[in-house]
Write a protein that binds this ligand. Structure first.
Ligand SMILES: [Zn+2]
Length: 177
């Protein structure tokens, strides 16, 4: 059987399948594994795995990209969590929106730029959809912009700095560095 070769996209070194305790210490889940750059921690780059077969769940990512992918997942998951689409439909939407096939349309494979694009596109759909706004108001779920602003879940449904500006426009402006 051919041995899987995974390389770090930042430094070019090989990555190895190792216990998640290497990165997370005691906080690692039992039996959890990661593909980690062999130069870790000098090169802070790793990716989580499919539990089924230990294949990498995308490309290795540094801290900034890991953070971005988490934010993109949170906003993207709102499409199905809000009841607007089911899970399958939300992935079909992602494929159609960015002209990707089913193998490519995974946030774990996306760059920071693509994560920003996903966040902007999802935010636009969410804010244009009355059922999402209704669900957000009744369940007091953290909203998409809240995720983007804080980088993590927040209970705030409005942000003072957004006053007088469209929320989607704000997300877009932030996306461009
Ligand atoms: Zn590396």
């Amino acid at each position: 059987m051919k041995r899987k070769i995974v390389k770090c996209p930042y430094c070019g070194a090989h990555a190895a399948l190792r216990s998640a305790t290497v990165v997370h210490g005691d906080r690692a889940k039992d039996g959890e594994h990661l593909w980690i750059c062999s130069r870790y921690p000098a090169c802070d780059s790793y990716v989580s795995v499919h539990k089924r077969n230990n294949e990498p769940l995308g490309s290795l990512a540094n801290k900034a990209l890991r953070r971005k992918r988490i934010d993109a997942h949170r906003v993207f998951n709102q499409l199905s969590d809000s009841g607007m689409m089911n899970r399958g439909q939300s992935y079909k939407w992602l494929q159609a929106k960015f002209a990707l096939n089913s193998r490519q349309a995974h946030i774990g494979k996306f760059s920071e730029y693509m994560c920003d694009e996903v966040i902007a596109a999802c935010s636009e759909v969410l804010y244009n959809n009355p059922s999402f706004r209704a669900a957000r108001d009744t369940k007091r779920k953290p909203n998409a912009v809240g995720y983007v602003l804080g980088g993590r879940a927040t209970e705030r449904s409005e942000c003072p700095s957004l006053r007088g500006r469209s929320k989607v426009e704000f997300v877009r402006t932030r996306g461009v560095k």
